[in-house]
Design a binder for this molecule. Structure first.
Ligand code: NAP
Length: 319
């Protein structure tokens, strides 16, 4: 029996992946979404209130927003599997995507694998991860009631993490490596006016300490000598790197950002029939709304590709 070849396989289930699924499903294409096993829904699943997604004037909780994306993709017929894609073969007319040991085939693929948390790169970071070192305040913040914690980073993520942690911790140090925060003015103002947050500028964490659990960090602030700070929680929020390991060697990546290269304002990658959307192509804007918009673009590009690639070529690929 010949295996079914779908129109589109979408890898990833953040705002980009699910929006691509909504549009391709609504275009009556045969769509499979590999939503991932550990983090279906992407980064917004770990966020509390999303205040800036249009259409929700009072804000909406991240997981609730993503549940809506998922339900809408299903409504238009997308099949969703909560499995990790482990291998992609993108070259040639029939693309192969392996998940949970099974190979799925399609004429086109939309890569929407998002980005992963950047690490500090310090000794013991891996070992102490989940033992005091965390990359997600909404996941782990409640473990740090009435103790002092620190957040590393000066962007919107770090500001958001620090503000969230004030619900639990007695004091939150925000360790910013530059002379000022990079966060948007509204977030930086909220941080600066919060009495529980103490911002350290021109500060760097240079070492992590602890046996079973983190019990302190070494911090250098300005020209001062390095000093040890007793802490039971350190939240790292220093940006993200695009998740491209599945496409390495198959798609061209941007030399500077490491993101998948796309042509102009389209989602077309260096491989015919392969499109990319969301944080994996965007080192700059990285908003739910921009990711959703790029998922919409990828869906339309895939639809156009399928419509303009002659039926004869697609059939030949099937044979
Ligand atoms: P980001 O804007 O790239 O900020 C990263 C921060 O980490 C910067 O302050 C950077 O310092 C610092 N940093 C990087 N490497 C470091 C290291 N090794 N040690 C210490 N500090 C380091 O990343 P982000 O905060 O994750 O935000 C990413 C995007 O998502 C932005 O566009 C942001 O606006 C958006 N976002 C928006 C919201 C919201 O709207 N509520 C929430 C979260 C994120 P330098 O400034 O010195 O480079």
């Amino acid at each position: 029996m010949t295996q079914k070849i779908r129109d589109v396989i979408i890898v990833g289930s953040g705002p980009a992946g699910y929006t691509a699924a909504i549009y391709t499903g609504r275009a009556n294409l045969d769509v499979l979404v590999l939503a991932g096993e550990e983090e279906p829904g992407g980064e917004l699943m770990k966020t509390t209130e999303v205040e800036n997604y249009p259409g929700f004037p009072e804000g909406i909780m991240g997981p609730e927003l993503m549940a809506g994306f998922e339900a809408q993709a299903e409504r238009f017929g997308a099949e969703i599997l909560f499995e990790n894609a482990t291998e992609l073969e993108l070259v040639g007319p029939v693309k192969k995507v392996t998940a949970d040991g099974e190979i799925h085939l399609a004429h086109s693929v939309i890569v929407a694998t998002g980005s992963g948390h950047r690490k500090l790169g310090l000794e013991h970071e891996e070992r102490l991860s989940g033992r005091g070192v965390s990359y997600c305040a909404t996941c782990d913040g409640s473990f740090f009631k009435d103790v002092e914690v620190a957040v590393v980073g000066g962007g919107d993520s770090a500001a958001e993490e620090a503000l969230f942690l004030t619900k639990f911790a007695s004091k939150v140090y925000l360790i910013v490596r530059g002379k000022q925060m990079r966060a948007s003015k509204i977030m930086a103002d909220r941080v600066r006016s919060n009495e529980k947050i103490h911002v350290l500028y021109e500060a760097q964490v240079t070492a992590l300490h602890g046996g079973d659990k983190l019990d302190g960090v070494t911090v250098c602030v300005g020209a001062d000598l390095a000093s040890r700070m007793s802490l039971s929680g350190l939240f790292v929020a220093i940006g993200n790197d695009p998740r491209t390991s599945l496409v390495a060697g198959q798609l061209e990546l941007d030399r500077f950002s490491g993101c998948i290269k796309v042509m102009g304002r389209s989602s077309q990658t260096s491989e015919r029939g392969v499109f990319a959307a969301g944080d994996v192509v965007d080192p700059r804007y990285r908003q739910a709304i921009t990711a959703a918009a790029s998922g919409c673009i990828a869906a339309q590009d895939a639809e156009h590709f399928l419509a303009t690639t002659s039926a004869a070529v697609l059939e030949a690929a099937t044979a």
